[in-house]
Structures are given as C-alpha cells and as structure tokens.
Design a protein around this ligand. Structure first.
Ligand code: 5GP
Length: 190
C-alpha cells in the first residue's frame, strides 16, 4: 500500500538490519486517519470472506483491528500477554517467542471470546519470524475456530514468517513488505 510505504520512509527508522521503528504512527503514537485507511485496505482484500471476529495480540495489533472491527461490524478480541503461568482452565494458552525482546511469553484468551462457530481474521502490526502468528493460530485451533486469513501491517519479507505460515495453507495479506533494512536503508519488495 503506497500510503503506508510513504509513511514508513518518512517517519520510520531502521534501528539495525532487522528492526524497524515506527513509533510515531503505530507502536507508540497512533495515527487514526492512517489506521482507518489501513483497515479499509484490509477490508477490501478480504471482501469475499465472511468474517465474524477479528483476533489480534496486545498491544500494537489492537489499533488497526478496532478500526477494521468497526468497518466490518464484528467484535475484536486481543490475545493477552501474561507473565503468570497460573491461569484458569477457562483459558486457551500458548507460548510465543518474542522477536524484539528475545524472551518467551504466554498468551491467553478466555474461552468465552472465541467459539467454534467463529470465522476469524487475524491481524498484527508486524510479521518477522512468524512466532506471534503461529501462536495465534495455535489458540484459534484450540478453539476450533476457522481462520479465514491473516492481515499484517508490516511484513519483513527477508525473515521467515511468511514461509512458515503459508506452509500451513493460510492466506497472508501484508500492507507493506520490507525487502531490506540494511545500512539504515528501508526498501520494499516489488
Ligand atoms: P514474529 O513473531 O513474527 O517473529 O514477530 C512479530 C512480533 O514482533 C510483532 O507482533 C511485533 O510486536 C514484533 N516485531 C517484530 N519485528 C518488529 C520490528 O521490526 N519492529 C517492531 N516495532 N516490532 C517488531
């Protein structure tokens, strides 16, 4: 998406060859106008799908998901990051390895918020090695929900996430695909 690429070039910073900082419009300060446009783009891509729920992971997936949930008129559920391993049996849970923090963390979801009848679109801010997405897929499978697609705001195409998730047969729509962050230069795939 051209507008997102322009924002990334104008306001994004390559912290190193692997990490992109976009704090000024996604990860710290949020640009609601941009979020609505991103949500409309995702809505358009998945227009043939009948979606009953948006699922994301806290924190940065929540903003685009809420705009999309508003457009589709469906609820948004965010998977919670928990530090405690002691949670009740009324929750689905799985462990995710964080790319940016290099630690494992537990994500949980109350069973009452995802049902077998749900047709889910999973949304997240970034895809790197696909761990967050695979964790969400694990939770959705535990709930026997159907996964209609995956929308990612910024995919780092030089990392392994897409390969892993596509190998499982899922449709991933990324609004911007970064080819490289080498030497501070942000480039996109064709
Ligand atoms: P993955 O699980 O695909 O390896 O990494 C995705 C998660 O890590 C995203 O939910 C995001 O929070 C974080 N992440 C991965 N790469 C980046 C990055 O380059 N910049 C930022 N801001 N977050 C990232």
């Amino acid at each position: 998406m051209k507008l997102l690429e322009e924002h990334i070039i104008k306001y994004g910073t390559a912290l190193n060859n692997e990490v992109l900082k976009v704090d000024s419009f996604i990860n710290h300060q949020i640009d609601p106008n941009l979020m609505m446009k991103l949500a409309k783009d995702i809505q358009d891509y998945f227009k043939e799908k009948e979606i009953t729920k948006i699922v994301t992971i806290e924190t940065s997936g929540i903003a685009p998901s809420v705009f999309l949930g508003y457009l589709l008129n469906v609820p948004v559920v965010y998977l919670k990051k928990n530090s405690s391993k002691i949670i009740g049996t009324n929750c689905y849970q799985t462990v995710i390895h964080s790319f940016t923090k290099d630690v494992d963390y537990l994500i949980t979801c109350d069973k009452k918020y995802i049902k077998e009848s749900d047709k889910v679109l999973f949304v997240d801010d970034f895809m790197a090695n696909g761990e967050a997405c695979l964790g969400a897929i694990d939770i959705l499978k535990q709930a026997n929900a159907s996964i209609e697609g995956i929308a990612i705001i910024i995919e780092k195409a030089f990392q392994s996430g897409r390969q892993k998730v596509e190998a499982l047969g899922y449709d991933i729509y990324s609004l911007a695909r970064i080819a490289s962050l080498e030497n501070g230069n942000i480039t996109f795939t064709e």
